[in-house]
Design a protein around this ligand. Structure first.
Ligand SMILES: [Cu+2]
Length: 155
């Protein structure tokens, strides 16, 4: 998002215009999404997906929400001295006409204090929150831990 649009978007009228002109949900595509079953003995899980942005401007993922967790964060894994470390990130930028993949050992959406058992075959709803793009609601199937390779075993 360039500075001019950021500035102009402070005015609601322009923002509505901008949204209806450029920000059709169909121009952002989410695919290959899934959420893991809870890590045994915890209320923690992570979600993965591919986000493709068909807009001419970048979009910025700034968070997510879902009824299954009051505490959902954007995370990334990085290698520090040969060790895999995980940390929260404030945003994930999806470039214009670009794709960002959230995958094990990379970027992911982490849910804490999950308030129900999540078992393979179930499906939850996740709302992706963007900086200046309208939220996008996706159906998020739960995949078994076996199906998804070991991740967050260091927790
Ligand atoms: Cu994490």
């Amino acid at each position: 998002m360039n500075k001019l649009l950021t500035f102009l978007c402070q005015f609601t009228v322009f923002c509505a215009l901008f949204s209806s002109t450029f920000a059709h949900a169909g121009e952002v595509e989410v695919s290959h999404q899934y959420m893991r079953e809870l890590i045994p003995g915890t209320t923690v899980t992570s979600s993965y997906m591919k986000i493709t942005n068909h807009h001419n401007v970048e979009i910025i993922l700034v968070g997510a929400k879902g009824s299954f967790s009051p505490n959902i964060e954007l995370h990334e894994h990085t290698m520090v001295n040969g060790m895999m470390r995980m940390g929260q990130v404030e945003k994930i930028v999806i470039p214009a006409h670009g794709t960002v993949t959230l995958e094990p050992a990379g970027l992911h959406i982490m849910a804490f204090d999950v308030n129900k058992p999540l078992k393979h075959g179930q499906q939850e709803t996740l709302t992706l929150l963007f900086d200046e793009h309208p939220p996008i609601e996706i159906a998020l199937p739960v995949a078994s831990i076996k199906q998804a390779s070991s991740h967050h075993h260091h927790h």
